[in-house]
Design a protein around this ligand. Structure first.
Ligand code: ADP
Ligand code: MG
Length: 394
């Protein structure tokens, strides 16, 4: 990244993870594309620094609109910059420690969501060059994840990965070429939603995770041949499950934790509007992108500070069911809002920036996911220890 693009980075990820924390929201602005350059489309995005972005008024009557986020990435920002300044490393650290963590990219089709998460598709057509500068956040996060785990001597780690797609409210396993829709069910034991019969690949090393990413990207491309708009209408979720067991016992108990790291590439945000405007029957419209609409409702309800205990409609879509534990307040979430800098995209860009501003108000209280019985024993033993200490001081 150039020195100028670094001006706008303002990291505030120091917050105590045990405390209530807001969802982290960053914005990434892609460069003008060749078509926009050719047609003389103008850049209306400006970067005053300190996590701010302002949009130039399109008509003289309008006022310039300024928004503030945790970080704003200018068009010159590199994939490496996004890894280092988005706060994703903190999320990975927390997933290793047993939290449910989610990174999701939101934005209109063509705004750079897939570029940000995975990089251009040609990377996955043949053996990817591990040093390609275009590798996205997922590839870079995997490298960071293994690096961190290798430095840990206190826990033994087992990683498993899955990769799915939600299209038309159907969940498809991207690691299984049959493309048979799978059911989302509720698990009483782990108190969460899960996809039944979803393929989980145990990953002992970086190359195993990379193979999952490549296989899923290839299968996603296969689905796309059938229909033009497939990729703009589908959501993908790549999940790394991180189970860790303590090597030495703490007061007689070996703690095991179940962290999770989700990377979510959402359908194009313009889809919610199409859903309303294409004159479809309600059911058809619902199916175009129910998940994206429900995510919007969930974010709106969660961010409504006046409502104390409003109903959050997680159960109304496949996507929100699967992300409930990250959004519901026990997880840690990073939203990357992707936008175009071009004047011609002004109204979609404004929608995305407003959506992102709303998401920023959501507070979560992350908790470590561990075996409930063990968690109770550990907390009781800690309490006993503290009481003993108090007694000794008396
Ligand atoms: P989306 O997934 O949001 O529909 P893509 O990630 O496919 O959008 O991006 C659309 C096009 O713009 C792609 O050709 C992609 O390579 C390019 N692009 C997006 N973001 C960037 C960026 N930050 N730098 C360079 N090219 C980008
Ligand atoms: Mg895409």
């Amino acid at each position: 990244g150039s020195a100028t693009s670094l001006n706008t980075y303002e990291s505030d990820y120091e917050a105590d993870p045990a405390d209530n924390t807001n969802i982290n929201v960053v914005v990434r602005v892609r460069p003008l594309n060749s078509k926009e350059v050719k047609t003389g489309d103008e850049m209306i995005t400006h970067f005053p620094g300190n996590g701010q972005i302002w949009l130039e008024p399109v008509t003289p009557k309008e006022k310039p609109k300024t928004f503030t986020y945790n970080v704003v990435f200018e068009p010159e920002a590199s994939q490496e910059d996004v890894l280092n300044h988005s706060g994703v490393k903190r999320l990975i650290d927390m997933a290793i420690d047993g939290f449910s963590c989610t990174v999701f990219c939101y934005g209109q089709t063509g705004s750079g969501k897939t570029h940000t998460l995975t990089g251009p598709p040609h990377l996955f057509e043949k053996n990817p060059d591990p040093f390609a500068s275009e590798h996205g956040l997922v590839f870079r996060s995997f490298l960071y994840l293994f690096d961190q785990i290798q430095n840990r001597n206190d826990f033994h780690f087992v990683l498993k990965a899955s990769f799915l797609e939600i299209y038309n409210e159907k969940v498809i396993d991207l690691l299984n070429t049959s493309r048979k829709p799978l059911a989302v069910r509720w698990s009483k034991k782990s108190r969460g939603f899960f996809v039944e019969n979803l393929f989980m690949v145990e990953c002992e090393e970086f190359d195993d995770l990379l193979a999952v990413l490549e296989e899923g990207m290839r299968n996603r491309a296969v689905g796309r041949h059938n229909m033009n708009e497939y990729s703009s209408r589908s959501h993908t979720i790549l999940t790394v499950h991180i189970t860790s067991e303590q090597k030495a016992s703490e007061q007689g108990v070996f703690i095991s934790r179940h962290g999770k790291l989700n990377f979510v590439d959402l359908a194009g945000s313009e889809m919610t509007k199409k859903t309303h405007s294409e004159g479809k029957t309600l059911e058809e419209a619902n199916n175009i992108n129910k998940s994206l609409m429900v995510l919007g409702y969930c974010i709106a309800s969660l961010s409504d500070l006046k409502k104390k205990s409003g109903h959050i409609p997680y159960r109304d879509s496949k996507l929100t069911k699967l992300l409930a534990d990250s959004l519901a307040g026990n997880g840690v979430t990073l939203m990357i809002a992707c936008i175009s800098p071009a004047k011609s995209n002004m109204s979609e860009t404004l929608n995305t920036l407003r959506y992102a501003a709303r998401a920023k108000r959501i507070k979560t209280k992350p908790v470590v996911v561990m075996d409930p019985r063990e968690a109770l024993i550990v907390s009781l033993k800690r309490e006993v220890g503290a009481l003993r200490e108090e007694n000794m001081q008396l």
